[in-house]
Design a protein around this ligand. Structure first.
Ligand SMILES: [Cu+2]
Length: 570
C-alpha cells in the first residue's frame, strides 16, 4: 500500500540523477544516446545581436573656429593654430603683454583677473619688462558637489570620462563653471596645470593663492631659485600654504631650460591629482615678450625670440596618468576631514595602478581636437616633453626620428646629440626635441598622418579600452580638413567620440565589419543557464533522497514492530 510513493521517489531520484549528469557533462549522455540514434545534423550558432546604433558624435566641437587664424592683438603677433580647439588669442595677448598692460576690451574677452600676470619695468633697457608677477590659484575639477549629482566644475578627458583632479590655474574672475546650467569648467580651469614661461634674468614673483580646501606649496623643480621660504618643501624651507592663505615665491633664474613646478605637500597624492606643470625659462633676448601661461599646453601661439631663431613653431607636451582609486575619492565625499583621512592615510600609491593616460589633459580621441602636431615639410618644430607619470614614458614618433637637444633644461652638446624614435623620459624628467620634417628617410619618411604615443601599451588605452590614452598624431598640413582633423584612409573614428564606446557597449570593429563577423553574441541559450539549472536539480535530488530515507525508515520501523509481535508497541 505504501509501495507506490517509494517507487515514485526512486524513479524521481534516478530521473533527477540523469538530468544532473546531463547538465554536468552533456557529452557523456549524448555519446551514449548517439550510439543508438546517430549523430545529429549541424546546429547553427546563436544569432548575433543587432548592430548597435552609433550615437551621433561631434568630432570637432569648437565654438570659436576663428581663433585658429593668426592674429596681431595689442601689437602681439600670435601664430595660427590648426587645432580644432585653439587657444583664445585674446588670452594669449594678455599673457604676453601682461593683464595690466592690455586694454580692457582685450581683457574682457578672457576670464582672467586683472592681476593674473603683471609685467612692469624694463630694467636692462632691452625692450621687454623684467619684473613679472604671476598669480596662480588651485582649482578642483570634477569634484563632489553638495548641490547635485553632477561633478563640478566638469572637465571631460575623454567621452563621458570625468576623473577628479586638481590644477594650478592662472588667477581668474567670474564663475568656475560656464554658467548656472552648463556646469562644465570655464576655459581656464582644466588639465594640465598651466605651463608657465618666464625669461632668464626676470625678477619673477610667483604668488600661490590657495583657493583650495587643502594646504599646498609650489616646488620649482629644476628652476634656479634660492632655498629659504622658496623651495616649496614643508619639511624644510617653509610652512604649508593653508586654505585661504597665499605664499610668495621670488626667483631670478639665471639658467634657461624646460623645468617643472609642482606641489610638494603629500606629493604622492597632490602631484598625481594634477598639481604639476611646465615651468619654462626662456633664453634672454632683446624685445622678448614671452607667453607667460600656455593654458592647456600644446602649441605655443607666441614662441620666444630664441625659439624662433631655430624653429618655426613650438609645442608643450605634458604627459600625465590618473589612478581612479585616488581620483574617485573627491567624488565620494566633500567632507575635508574624510578626504584628509582617505587621501593621506588610506590611499596607498604602492598598490596603485594608473587607469587613464593623458597628453595635455586629454585622452584619445580628444587629443585629436587640440594636441595634433601639425607640420610642413622641411620644418623644425620644437617639442618640449614633460613626463608627469610615475612610470617611464616611452614616447614614440611614427615616421620620424627626432633629435634630443636638452635633458632637464640642460642642452646636450650638439656633437653628442642622439636622434631616435623612442624617447625614454623618466618620472618628472623633461626633454626638448627637434622634430625635423626633412624627407630623407631618417628624420622623416615623408608626408602623412603619423601617430605619436607612449609605447608602454597600457598608456594607449583608457582604462584598458583602445584606442585611447595619450595617442596623438604628427600631421602634415595637407592632410587636414576644414574641421582641423586629419583625414586619412583608415577606419571611421566616430564610435570613439561616444561614451558608449568607453563603456564597452560597442563592438570594437563594428563599422569596419559589414558582415557582423565580430558582433556580440545574441540571445542566451540554455547553456548560459546550465549551472543554475544544475544547482536546482541537485537541490531537488537532495529533497527526493531525504523523502526516500524517511520512507525507508517508516517501512523498516513497521517491519521491526511486526517482527516483535507488537510486544513493544506503544
Ligand atoms: Cu598640494
Amino acid at each position: 500500500m505504501k509501495r507506490f510513493p517509494v517507487i515514485g521517489l526512486i524513479v524521481s531520484a534516478i530521473a533527477l540523477s540523469a538530468i544532473a549528469l546531463f547538465l554536468y557533462d552533456p557529452s557523456l549522455v549524448y555519446a551514449r544516446f548517439f550510439e543508438y540514434t546517430g549523430m545529429p545534423a549541424y546546429q547553427a550558432a546563436p544569432n548575433s545581436k543587432p548592430k548597435p546604433e552609433i550615437p551621433d558624435a561631434v568630432i570637432c566641437d569648437e565654438d570659436y573656429p576663428e581663433w585658429r587664424k593668426s592674429y596681431t592683438i595689442g601689437g602681439v603677433p600670435i601664430q595660427a593654430s590648426d587645432a580644432c580647439n585653439p587657444d583664445n588669442p585674446y588670452e594669449v595677448a594678455a599673457f604676453v603683454r601682461g593683464t595690466n598692460n592690455v586694454i580692457m576690451p582685450v581683457l574682457m574677452e578672457t576670464q582672467l583677473s586683472d592681476d593674473a600676470v603683471v609685467k612692469t619695468n624694463d630694467r636692462d633697457g632691452d625692450g621687454d619688462p623684467d619684473d613679472i608677477v604671476i598669480r596662480v590659484e588651485v582649482a578642483e575639477l570634477n569634484g563632489r558637489s553638495p548641490d547635485g549629482k553632477e561633478f563640478v566644475p566638469g572637465f571631460e578627458i575623454a567621452p563621458g570620462i570625468k576623473p577628479g583632479a586638481w590644477v594650478f590655474a592662472p588667477k581668474s574672475r567670474g564663475m568656475s563653471t560656464v554658467n548656472r546650467d552648463d556646469l562644465s569648467a570655464n576655459h581656464l580651469l582644466r588639465l594640465p596645470s598651466a605651463p608657465i614661461r618666464v625669461e632668464a634674468g626676470d625678477n619673477v614673483t610667483l604668488i600661490l593663492e590657495n583657493t583650495h580646501y587643502f594646504p599646498h606649496t609650489i616646488h620649482l623643480h629644476g628652476v634656479d631659485h634660492s632655498f629659504e621660504d622658496n623651495d616649496g618643501v614643508p619639511q624644510t624651507s617653509e610652512k604649508m600654504t593653508m586654505p585661504g592663505e597665499q605664499h610668495v615665491y621670488k626667483i631670478k633664474p639665471r639658467h634657461a631650460g624646460t623645468m617643472l613646478y609642482h606641489c610638494h605637500v603629500q606629493v604622492q597624492v597632490h602631484m598625481m591629482m594634477g598639481l604639476q606643470g611646465f615651468f619654462i625659462v626662456e633664453e634672454n633676448r632683446p624685445n622678448n615678450w614671452v607667453q607667460t601661461f600656455n593654458v592647456g599646453a600644446g602649441k605655443v601661439r607666441k614662441p620666444s625670440v630664441a625659439v624662433l631663431e631655430d624653429y618655426a613653431q613650438e609645442y608643450d607636451l605634458h604627459y600625465q596618468a590618473i589612478d581612479t582609486e585616488l581620483s574617485d575619492m573627491i567624488q565620494e565625499s566633500n567632507d575635508v576631514r574624510q578626504l584628509a583621512k582617505s587621501m593621506n592615510r588610506l590611499y596607498d600609491i604602492t598598490d596603485g595602478t594608473d587607469d587613464y593616460f593623458m597628453l595635455n589633459g586629454k585622452s584619445f580621441p580628444y587629443t585629436l581636437r587640440e594636441s595634433l602636431i601639425t607640420v610642413e615639410p622641411n620644418q623644425h618644430t620644437k617639442l618640449r616633453v614633460l613626463n608627469g607619470m610615475p612610470d617611464t614614458l616611452s614616447l614614440h614618433t611614427h615616421g620620424h626620428k627626432a633629435t634630443i637637444t636638452a635633458y632637464d633644461g640642460v642642452d646636450v652638446n650638439p656633437l653628442a646629440r642622439i636622434t631616435r624614435d623612442v624617447y625614454a623620459v623618466t618620472a618628472a624628467q623633461r626633454i626638448d626635441l627637434d622634430l625635423y620634417t626633412k624627407d630623407d628617410g631618417l628624420h622623416s619618411y615623408g608626408s602623412g598622418i603619423w601617430l605619436m604615443h607612449d609605447h608602454a601599451e597600457r598608456a594607449i588605452t583608457t582604462d584598458g579600452m583602445a584606442p585611447g590614452g595619450n595617442v596623438s598624431q604628427i600631421v602634415y598640413r595637407k592632410y587636414l580638413n576644414k574641421n582641423a582633423m586629419a583625414t586619412g584612409q583608415g577606419e571611421n573614428v566616430t564610435p570613439y567620440f561616444t561614451p558608449e564606446y568607453y563603456n564597452r557597449e560597442i563592438p570594437s570593429w563594428t563599422l569596419a565589419d559589414g558582415f557582423g563577423f565580430f558582433d556580440d553574441v545574441g540571445e542566451r541559450s540554455i547553456d548560459n543557464y546550465k549551472d543554475v539549472l544544475l544547482v536546482i536539480v541537485l537541490g531537488m535530488l537532495l529533497g527526493v533522497m531525504f523523502l526516500l530515507l524517511v520512507a525507508f525508515y517508516g517501512f523498516f520501523r513497521r517491519v521491526a514492530i511486526k517482527l516483535n509481535g507488537g510486544a513493544n508497541n506503544e
